[in-house]
Design a protein around this ligand. Structure first.
Ligand code: NAD
Length: 514
């Protein structure tokens, strides 16, 4: 495999002997002292890197360095902090292609989607730079004469970021770019499956740090570790905020540990996303949206479409269109032009998909197409599958689960109220969509009686959100919101200030205490 892009990014500066560093910031590039860990490419199973994982002691030392950096950074004016983020964004633009290649190598995403992920990082930089001149609080009317009330937003502290393999750069950027302009230090534990993506990001950050001596060098750091490091971060009181993205199982564990010390957690967990296709839908538009949302990233997006709830009068026609579209999908090496579906991340993911299909069939599901492993015309050693559609009843138990693979469950409904109920009747609440030309149906779907998800779309698929909106979901998706809108408030602490500029001391609520 041609890996020149790793050299172009300067990743070899983190290689000591044969092992990559596991603790990296602007001041440190240390090997880990824990167990040996190898990274593998989903493309062909080839080993891509070898590490010793970081230990809790190494995390502890980095946490101290990050606190020192935070103490300096929090007094740097926010617009100056924004200049650092702007420079990071410029460098991400410059190295966009190489960065995307690292994503494809480690996460198996097709190159256009990997380029889109880097673009998301670049866009978040632009957004954060603008925010660095905002971060505004309110002025509030005081009930007392000669008094003024206002609120200020102050930097929070070092923020622990734990992330999943499937968005190995974008999720970090949502947290880090906003956290940095908000005045925080960022300590990142990426997925063990995508360590080179994290080191690639740190090379970009370190380049910006080299050019900007006023920025504390430990303000951004990476710790390559396993779940034990994530747990240590979750229990550590020095992190006022733990932002964790991944499975609901992981989020429950992190949420409990952070909650036990009354810290803040920002959880972005699994989805079980649905699209209602009404009898009033433009079926061709719906078809295009379904295919991208269900098979894009080989079904490995938190917002991947898992369930289509089609009106009984259009279900059969839609099924036929979908089967036809699935037959022409190009599955294979994600680096090749025109390929639309790359590999699953690993063998476990493949086994999980097969188990889910087995359960679906046992529960009365009928496979309409796909599901099998593909071994012809694909790199050997990778787990390539044909995206699958299963016709199933809405009350089948398997439909309640998120299986992180390209399985689409197709079910039918009679009334719009019933469709909304089916859609909401799962433990997760991330992304949802309706395809309809009926204004009434669309408005009902968006109303308080409608979708209970964090993202609810009309005539747009469930995946591919823009960075300007707040991203996240309800129920077992964790309730967190990242990226746009006012998500920046997660990374700051609010201080309500009352100032008495008069000569008396009136008490609130008219209390007389004399
Ligand atoms: P995962 O839960 O296996 O791992 C995610 C991260 O959590 C990794 O860094 C892992 O090392 C760490 N971790 C695991 N157990 C932990 C624990 N007990 N304490 C602390 N850290 C722990 O998830 P994955 O397989 O990498 O990613 C797929 C999952 O992520 C899917 O469920 C997907 O829906 C979800 N996801 C959600 C979003 C979102 O924004 N809602 C975005 C991307 C992925």
């Amino acid at each position: 495999m041609n890996m020149e892009f790793l050299d172009e990014l300067g990743l070899n500066t983190f290689r000591h002997n044969e092992l990559f560093a596991s603790v990296v910031s602007g001041t440190q590039s240390q090997q880990g002292q824990g167990n040996t860990h190898c990274g593998y490419s989903p493309i062909d199973g080839m080993q891509t890197a070898q590490f010793n994982l970081a230990t809790p002691e190494q995390l502890d030392a980095q946490t101290e360095r990050s606190i020192a950096a935070f103490n300096q950074w929090r007094t740097t004016p926010a617009p100056i902090r924004g200049q650092f983020v702007r420079r990071i964004g410029e460098l991400a633009r410059q190295y966009k292609h190489q960065l995307a290649q690292v994503i494809t190598l480690e996460a198996g995403k097709i190159l256009p989607e990997a380029l889109g992920e880097v673009q998301e990082w670049i866009d978040v930089c632009d957004f954060a730079v603008g925010l660095s001149r905002q971060l505004h609080g309110l002025t509030i009317a005081s009930e007392r004469p000669g008094h003024r009330m206002m609120e200020q937003w102050h930097p929070l502290g070092p923020v622990a970021v734990i992330s999943a393999y499937n968005f190995p750069m974008a999720v970090w950027s949502w947290n880090a770019m906003l956290g940095l302009v908000c005045g925080d230090a960022i300590v990142w534990k990426p997925s063990e499956k995508t360590p080179l993506c994290a080191l690639a990001i740190q090379t970009i950050v370190n380049r910006a740090l080299d050019e900007m001596p006023h920025v504390p060098k430990d303000i951004v750091s990476v710790i390559i570790g396993d779940a034990a490091i994530g747990m240590a971060m979750s229990q550590d009181k020095r992190y006022p905020l733990v932002s964790a993205t991944g499975s609901t199982r992981m989020g429950k564990s992190v949420g409990e540990m952070v909650g036990a010390r009354l810290g803040r957690s920002l959880l972005e967990l699994g989805g079980n996303n649905a699209m209602i296709v009404s009898q009033h839908a433009d079926l061709d538009l719906a078809l295009r949206a379904i295919v991208f949302a269900a098979v894009g990233t080989a079904g490995q997006r938190c917002t991947s479409l898992r369930r289509v709830i089609a009106h009984h009068s259009v279900k059969e026609a839609l099924a036929q269109k979908l089967i036809h579209a699935y037959q022409s999908l190009r599955i294979g090496d994600p680096r090749k032009e025109h390929v639309l579906v790359g590999p699953l991340v690993d063998e476990l993911s493949y086994a999980t998909m097969q188990n889910a299909l087995h359960s679906a069939e046992q529960q009365g599901g009928k496979r309409l197409i796909g599901g099998e492993r593909i071994t012809n015309n694909v790199p050997q050693g990778g787990f390539y599958v044909a995206p699958c559609i299963v016709d199933i009843e809405a009350d089948a138990e398997i439909v309640q689960q998120e299986t992180f693979a390209p399985i689409l469950y197709l079910m039918s409904y009679d009334t719009i109220e019933q469709a909304i109920e089916i859609q909401n009747n799962v433990p997760q609440g991330l992304s949802s969509a309706i395809f309809t030309e009926s204004l009434k149906e669309a408005e009902l779907f968006l109303s308080p009686e409608g979708s209970d998800c964090g993202l609810a779309n009309v005539n747009i698929g469930t995946s591919g959100a823009e960075i300007g909106g707040a991203f996240g979901g309800e129920k077992e998706t964790g309730g967190g919101r990242e990226s746009g809108s006012d998500a920046w408030k997660n990374y700051m602490r609010r201080s309500t200030n009352t100032i008495n500029y008069g000569g008396d001391l009136p008490l609130a609520q008219g209390i007389v205490f004399e």
